[in-house]
Design a protein around this ligand. Structure first.
Ligand code: AMP
Length: 381
């Protein structure tokens, strides 16, 4: 085992979106160099990295060269193929390990793994054809949610089924060979815990963070979440168990449903910083991206102490529809921090940036974030 990877070294990141961008900013602040590999160029991460390699994840020669040029490899994109991390592992440590990514990137593997570990997950059944789907509907009850096993995020690849008659059409709509059917959870709220685990097993966490979604995409996050202390404690303990069990070195987010009768069920995990954790950049002593840098470099973790109640509002491309947002209006709100990801084209549903509002209470912070976001919208008369 070699020593920690110290400032001045080069860190490699697979995937080039906003998560990689904020990771690269944290890494560069700490004096590291950053190389990024993805199939695109002029990317949110590439714009702030030292080197942007444009290559397909399955161009294994390029991937090997990339891994040879860095001290450690991490990822910001969940659908990096297993072959890619396997090649990287021959040349540099991959943190979290490729096996963690492999488990989490497929809902069926992920949920089976967590359930077998005795952790509370949304009730589910694996299905591979309409007949299996119908019997799963009888087992789990209606309504239920059919989700693709692979490539699922932000509600993509899922269909709510409200009667047995809808089974065939839902299966056709999904059009994949493997899926899972989940019980529909009539949740009281959605929560997440973002946590980091170091090389020698030390653990820090943020939250729980309270999340609300719109059209299946995260809309608003608040920290701390409005839940009783014992629920908060339990969410953190479950998250600790997930990171320990998976032997995560890095950051992982656990998303939960809190049921109306006070039970926590894991909806999914993401072995990387998470959209709900963006508020840690402004709200906490060390943010989730700094923890990712520290953890993958084998350094001590930073403090995850919260400085002030805060709320985050996502900025989706929809806000650009009436015209370029009114930046002066949002920057005129002194307790609101604007983060933009450098994406050239705004599209409906595309994450373009976020706002974090800091205030004396979570309610106030949430109102401030929403008001600042509304103030950005151009009104065409
Ligand atoms: P996912 O992509 O699985 O995280 O789902 C996105 C969002 O869809 C979640 O944050 C929930 O708001 C909703 N959702 C997903 N699965 C379920 C479920 N089993 N029951 C109720 N709502 C769900």
């Amino acid at each position: 085992m070699t020593g920690p990877i110290l400032p001045g070294a080069t860190l490699g990141v697979l995937g080039s979106g906003q998560l990689g961008r904020m990771f690269a900013i944290a890494a560069r602040r700490l004096g590291y160099r950053v190389h990024v590999l993805s199939p695109d160029d002029d990317t949110p991460t590439g714009q702030v990295a030292d080197q942007e390699v444009r290559a397909d994840y399955l161009d294994l020669d390029q991937v090997a060269r990339f891994a040879q040029g860095v001290s450690v490899v991490t990822f910001e994109f969940e659908n990096v193929p297993a072959e890619t991390t396997r090649i990287c592992e021959q040349f540099a440590p991959v943190r979290p390990a490729g096996s963690v990514l492999f488990t989490s990137q497929n809902r069926r593997r992920e949920k089976t793994y967590l359930r077998d570990a005795g952790l509370p997950v949304t009730p589910f059944v694996a299905v591979e054809n309409v007949a299996e789907l119908k019997s799963a509907l009888l087992q789990l009850g209606i309504p239920a949610v059919l989700k693709t096993a692979d490539w699922g995020y932000d509600g993509k690849g899922q269909v709510v089924i409200r009667s047995l008659d809808e089974a065939a059409a839902a299966w056709e709509k999904l059009a994949v060979p493997a899926a899972i059917l989940e019980a529909f959870i009539d949740f009281a709220s959605e929560l997440s815990v973002v946590a980091a685990r170091g090389l020698s097993g030390e653990f820090v966490s943020y939250g729980p963070i309270g999340n609300s979604h719109s059209r299946h995409i995260l809309d608003i996050s608040v920290c701390p979440a409005r839940v009783p202390a014992e629920i908060a404690k339990e969410a953190i303990e479950i998250s600790r168990a997930v990171l320990e069990r998976m032997n995560v070195v890095g950051v992982l987010c656990v998303e939960f449903f809190l049921t109306r009768d006070g039970r926590l069920l894991i909806n999914e995990t993401a072995p990387r910083p998470h959209n709900s954790g963006h508020l840690t950049i402004d709200g906490h002593v060390s943010c989730q991206f700094e923890q990712q840098v520290r953890a993958i470099c084998g350094l001590p973790l930073g403090s995850s102490e919260q400085r002030t109640p805060c709320a985050m509002a996502n900025l989706l491309g929809d806000l650009w529809e009436p015209g370029e947002p009114d930046w002066a209006a949002v920057l005129g709100s002194p307790s609101v921090k604007l983060h933009l990801y450098g994406k050239r084209a705004a599209r409906i549903g595309r994450k373009m940036g976020h706002l974090t509002a800091l205030a004396a209470s979570v309610d106030e912070a949430e109102q401030l974030a929403i008001a600042a976001r509304n103030a950005m919208i151009r009104h065409t008369s």
